[in-house]
Design a protein around this ligand. Sequence first.
Ligand SMILES: [Zn+2]
Ligand SMILES: [Zn+2]
Length: 302
Amino acid sequence: MMWAQALEGSTPSLGTFHMRIGVHCSIRKGLCGALEEARRLGCDALQMFTRSPRMWARRTLSDEEVEVFRAERQRRKLFPLAVHTPYLPNLCTSDERLYSRSLLALKEDLRDAARLGAEFLVIHPGAYSPEATAMEGRRRMIQAINQAFSEAPDGVMLLLENVAGGGRRMGATFEELTQLIEDIRPLSRVGVCFDTAHALAAGYAIHTEEGLTQTMDACQRILGWDWLRMLHLNDSKVPVGAHRDLHQHIGKGFIGRDGFVRLLHHPAFQRCFGILETPKDSPQADPRNIRVIRTLLRHPPS
Ligand SMILES: [Zn+2]
Ligand SMILES: [Zn+2]
């Protein structure tokens, strides 16, 4: 796989972890526009949508568009590529209409991601319906993923992202992620994306040294670090346990600079690449956040 080769070429320097870093890039200027943005920012990797995240409508990608994209990406050596699914689908719902639309969207997204040569497709597990139970929501999600896997081409790993939790949203804890994953088949097609802001908001005190140790010990015991493939590097505008999903610039939120130094050098994330989903509130925001992360990666915690 191209991605593995690209990773092999990047030997870690003494005393630091090498982590490939990227940004969630916009497709406002087309699919290749995202690649151009990633290149301009000096990214190793990138994440993008393949369609508007707040609409059901999608257009079919033309063969020509796909070919140009793949060639451009190869030329720019951007590895890995993660596609994030839109926000509307909900695989845990008991609403049959929403469920079948969500299942169809997952199949389409798996197919599009495979055509584009993406290594990963990131999904939020979803929320179960008011009249249902968490167990029912879980059953539905697993059924949908297994069905999509049986029909969609292989080659893309589906990453379940931990969420900030609260209400009926599933996937905020390692227990839930484990329960969601264990009945998916084949297991080789699934992994976990760990979002730092979501983890803090879900109640994991990853901003403190002790809290991070406890959290990652729990992760190893319950889920297993091997499932962690990707980090969403976001600071949080809300404190631990707030159950709200509000991203902040690296070092300027409740996780803080010291929190990120420890996180980035934690052995649990050795196999991960990192993607920033921090606010794009000024032209300097992305360059600054990338710079901060790269600086912290060069300086292990004392
Ligand atoms: Zn996400
Ligand atoms: Zn995220």
